[in-house]
Design a protein around this ligand. Sequence first.
Ligand SMILES: [Zn+2]
Length: 355
Amino acid sequence: MSVQALSDITFDEQDANLFLVDDAQLRADALKHSVLPRLRVVMNVAIACIREIYGIEALEDSIVSVYPNFRQKRDRELLIKYESVFVGLGGQRKAKWPGFARKDGKPVQILPFRFAFVLDQYGVFTVLENAWLKGLDTRSFEMLLRFHIDNEHKVNPLCFASGMAPGIPYLEDLPLLAPLRDEYQLRLKHKLYDNHFLGHTYHFPVSGDTLEQIVNRFAYFFPVYDSYIQMAKGLPIRLDALVAKLSAWLERELEETEEQTELPVPETLGVHAARAAESKVRVMPAMRWQVFQRDQWRCVACGRSSHDGAILHVDHIIPRSRGGLDALENYQTLCDICNIGKSNKDATDLRNRKG
Ligand SMILES: [Zn+2]
């Protein structure tokens, strides 16, 4: 493992720019070699955070689910202009989910929910979605809705702590601002089985403390995802035990940061806006993408790429403080390790060195 941590990770306007670039191949390469590797680091930190708070190894039952996964035929994937990406937790793909049943009687191998970090042109947000509930029998769907009805008083505080809120579709006979219980009852009645939780949207740039906050809030909502997994396993939910662990952890954290009384200001709640018409305008790829593309998505010093676990950075060959220009020729691609080795005062063109 390399030195990757949240402090090495930033998402900025150049990432937003990527989703407006018309070159599908560049988009796909940038997602594969730069955006998804960074989101994976965020997910790894979240898994560590879940371990710390709950003592649970999330990957015992789940896999890290990535979209796009670039496993299909490459040519086909390159034609797709991806408008968002995610790295999330999803149930392992095995016939081991006896708690749910399929309409056709076959065992459930793929769970229809994902608990993920999503990145699009607006920023980073968190989502727990089971909007893909297809093929399960009615009893399975109802189990999920009844979980929310029966545990509303436990799930609501988790929503509050994590900034996750249910995405509620407009229903004609549901009064505005009705209690969630009514909402779920109505869904049962109308067989509306999707149940979509959205977190805050953190607008670009996103780094440092904000990324830590995103990870923490993700972990705060983990007990709901864990309940879904427990139901899928056909086991009793352990919501109470997990909430108790979360409370104890939060209390310890609060004690440790007692002097810091300033509370974070919640951002606008992330009901995700439809892609704005004006953003259909295509733009030039940002400098970062041009540099990476020219350097073939590899560190020019050591040759590492995302395949080797590298997080790619753009480096000024001649620093701006020494008159270096913001021009393509004055940039080079470095991995996280080589980038740390090169100080700001260093004007070495590492392309001259053999790794
Ligand atoms: Zn390197």
